[in-house]
Design a protein around this ligand. Structure first.
Ligand code: GNR
Ligand code: NI
Length: 188
């Protein structure tokens, strides 16, 4: 397994329309494993293959909810001591996903993107949807999505079309977001 470099704006490869996966082989499984490793290392909840430079219709998601059954973990940093609830790993892989019957009702969520680091903005999307996809063996699945999962999978599926969350903002808000990112990069 390997952590891969995440492409960031304004990398033109992020605008690629990704191609369907046709071969369900070991290379696909390795890429998915690398994407999980990359996503966890970057503290993300989702990642599309194009974000690591692979223009194929593959995405991974792990919302990592807090695990209510686990013992709280002790943690020390910056001189103070506290506890936090461990996260439960729930890795999910979606190959060739398709959105079916998106709800008319919209939901607003403050989104971020590993390809637009440290920028957050409200985006409106259908509140629920159904998704049909294949797993790493090519088997088909279909499921109703709601909550953060519905938001996240729509964000990831936008990447497959070369669309970023900032593309949903007004031109003014998008240019302000990109200017802020430039400023943060210069300061770093
Ligand atoms: O880690 C991520 N968090 C997030 C928060 C709100 C809405 C969408 C996301 S996805 C993002 C990771 C990412 O860039 N996936 O493409
Ligand atoms: Ni993203």
């Amino acid at each position: 397994m390997a952590i891969r470099e995440i492409l960031e704006v304004p990398d033109a490869r992020l605008k690629t329309v990704s191609k369907p996966v046709e071969t369900f082989d070991e290379a696909l499984k390795t890429l998915a494993a690398d994407m999980f490793e990359t996503m966890y290392a970057a503290d993300g909840i989702g990642l599309a293959a194009i974000q690591v430079g692979e223009p194929i219709r593959l995405l991974v998601i792990d919302l990592q909810p807090e695990d209510p059954d686990a013992e709280p973990e002790e943690c020390d940093h910056g001189g103070h001591h506290h506890t936090h609830q461990p996260l439960k790993k729930e890795p999910r892989v979606f190959v060739n996903p398709v959105i079916l019957d998106p709800a008319e009702e919209l939901n607003t969520y403050q989104e971020g993107c590993l390809s637009v680091p440290e920028i957050y903005a409200d985006v409106e999307r259908p509140k629920t949807c159904r998704v049909r996809w294949q797993d790493l063996d090519g088997k088909f699945h279909e499921e109703a999505m709601e909550g953060i999962m519905a938001t996240c999978i729509q964000h990831e599926m936008d990447h497959l079309e070369g669309i970023l969350f900032i593309d949903h903002l007004s031109r003014l808000k998008r240019s302000m977001a990109l200017k802020k990112l430039e400023k943060l990069r210069k300061a770093a």
